[in-house]
Design a protein around this ligand. Structure first.
Ligand SMILES: Cc1cc2nc3c(=O)[nH]c(=O)nc-3n(C[C@H](O)[C@H](O)[C@H](O)COP(=O)(O)OP(=O)(O)OC[C@H]3O[C@@H](n4cnc5c(N)ncnc54)[C@H](O)[C@@H]3O)c2cc1C
Length: 367
């Protein structure tokens, strides 16, 4: 791509900001992010920040192309943290804290045993061994799986660091700007339609999260993205309740080193209704208390919710759709985890027209 070319990224969430950062910082492409609100306004700042490449398989053996992508993106977070620290002096809160998934009755070996044959660290523990790692865990827990290489970031901090990184690399932000549709001339993408005209660019990347399918002019065959609401309760614990992120059967506790702990989360098909509800908070708190009874004394500092961009097949949409039109959306529960590797491959596709990754798990068009 020549120096004259420019790219519009629709959406300033973690995906859009990461794609813009890669394009500008690594490929020296001129990029503008068009964001309806402010960068990080939606799901990306609401997230727990779990980089759960191994835990998020939910007990199903994953095909190598998908598992490889998840693991690669987790590792790229370490690199992104270092790059942003160096470029702008702000890190992402990256911490290799580990994940402990505990069980009261499930057979965790049956769910995660397949990972023994892959090149990853995993160990299966009894309840007492799990409590040696996290002493505050409930005595009712009788088994656990420990994934010491899983990690976390602090999403609001990640978004701030990315915005600074983008700005330092020359990315322009047009905030308060809603994209109505894709603009074409003679069938060729020439930019996007906004309220007062067309913003021109030679390539457009759709990264509008759970609103992606609402953009006019996307091809019919593109897989659809819908919102799945998740609610979070933030509490304060001194000292931190745990070091590892702890998953139960229905939710998780994400401890931060400063004593905050994020308790999550619900999975609700309610459209874009941005409510924190009594039922949602109740579900989140009862799961967390089942894991750590001592949380009963923790003060609640905040509650919020956000919309995961989900697809029917539970696979993200990553790739080229037609000349000049690319998508990077539908990352559902794992958008923060998958952002760096998504950004690397999309930036390569936009700037070079090729990628070294097998993107077949993420085919953006309906099969
Ligand atoms: C409660 C909760 C917990 C989560 N926990 C984790 C976790 O621990 N780990 C993990 O990896 N993932 C997690 N996720 C998922 C993760 O947050 C998402 O997958 C990810 O943030 C999606 O990023 P995005 O940039 O695609 O979407 P978003 O962050 O939603 O960004 C899309 C942006 O596009 C903008 N936009 C939309 N339409 C337009 C338009 N027409 N014109 C201009 N701008 C537009 C929006 O304003 C928004 O800023 C969680 C999600 C939730 C809700």
């Amino acid at each position: 791509m020549s120096d004259m070319s420019d790219v519009i990224v629709i959406g300033g969430g973690v995906i859009g900001c990461c794609v813009a950062f890669e394009l500008a910082a690594r490929h020296r492409v001129k990029v503008t992010i068009l964001e309806r609100a402010v960068p990080g306004a939606e799901a990306s700042s609401a997230a727990g920040g779990i980089l759960g490449a191994q835990i998020e398989s939910h007990g199903k053996p994953l095909e190598p192309a998908l598992f490889g992508f998840l693991l690669a993106s987790r590792e790229r977070h370490a690199e992104l943290d270092a790059r942003l620290q160096e470029a702008v002096g702000v890190g992402t809160g990256f911490r290799r804290c580990g994940v402990l998934k505990v069980s009261f009755r499930d057979d965790l070996e049956a769910q995660y045993g397949w990972q023994r044959d892959r090149d990853v660290r995993i160990s299966f523990l009894g309840g007492d061994e799990a409590r040696r790692i996290e002493p505050q865990l409930s005595t009712a827990i009788d088994s656990a799986v420990h994934l010491p290489d899983e990690a976390q970031v602090d999403p609001p901090q990640l978004l701030r660091a990315l915005q600074q990184g983008c700005a330092a690399a020359g990315v322009k932000f047009m905030t308060g700007t809603t994209v109505r549709g894709i603009a074409r001339t003679n069938g060729r993408v020439v930019g996007v339609e906004v309220h007062d005209g067309i913003v021109e660019a030679s390539a457009v990347v759709v990264a509008a999260g759970s609103w992606s399918s609402m953009i006019a002019g996307l091809p019919e065959r593109l897989r659809r993205v819908r919102p799945v609401r998740g609610q979070i309760v933030a509490v304060e614990t001194r000292p931190p309740i745990a070091r590892n992120i702890v998953f139960g059967e229905r939710g998780y506790v994400v401890p931060r080193p400063d004593g905050r702990a994020l308790l999550g989360s619900t999975m609700e098909e309610v459209g874009h209704v941005k409510d924190v509800t009594v039922g949602g908070v109740h579900a989140v708190l009862s799961t967390a208390l089942g894991l750590f009874p001592a949380l009963a004394a923790a003060p609640i500092s905040a509650t919020w919710c956000g919309f995961r961009p989900a697809t029917r097949e539970d696979r993200a949409l990553i790739g080229a759709v037609e000349p000049g039109l690319f998508v990077a959306t539908g990352h559902h529960r794992n958008g923060v985890l998958l952002a760096p590797e998504t950004a690397r491959v999309v930036a390569d596709l936009v700037a070079l027209g090729r990628t070294d990754r097998d993107l077949s798990p993420f085919d953006p068009t309906a099969r």
